[in-house]
Ligand binder design. Structure first.
Ligand code: FES
Length: 116
């Protein structure tokens, strides 16, 4: 299974199934990306900066590119966590000032993953 690493002081790393979105992976790993719109590609609060393995994420579709462009996040390393699906190992940076700890723990935390 691909390994996903979220770089952040509270970040996590672990393995997830292929085709899991970065947002879903963050929930599984217990480091929930912000997701104000609930993963509907309309807020950009889930955005990450890909450090390693950009080729191991699904291609950017029209909706993701359109939103990134509107928010001036059009560098190739910008991705929306709710839209980018994991196809192989990837390391992403979560901007420290853009992440807020959720008030409740994810119900899926720790299920079906191996954290090392
Ligand atoms: S959660 Fe809103 S754009 Fe990804």
């Amino acid at each position: 299974m691909p390994r996903v690493t979220f770089l952040h002081p509270q970040g996590k790393s672990g393995e997830v199934e292929v085709n899991t979105s970065l947002l879903e992976a963050s929930k599984l790993l217990g480091f929930v990306l912000n997701n104000d719109c609930g993963g509907n590609a309309s807020c950009t609060t889930c955005r990450v900066e890909v450090q390693v393995g950009a080729e191991n994420l699904s291609e950017i579709d029209f909706d993701e590119q359109d939103l990134l462009d509107r928010e001036a996040l059009s560098e190739p390393w910008h991705r929306l966590g709710c839209q980018a699906k994991v196809l192989g190992d990837v390391v992403v940076l979560v901007p420290e000032g853009k992440w807020v700890a959720p008030t409740t723990q994810s119900k899926t935390q720790g299920q079906g993953i191996e954290i090392r």
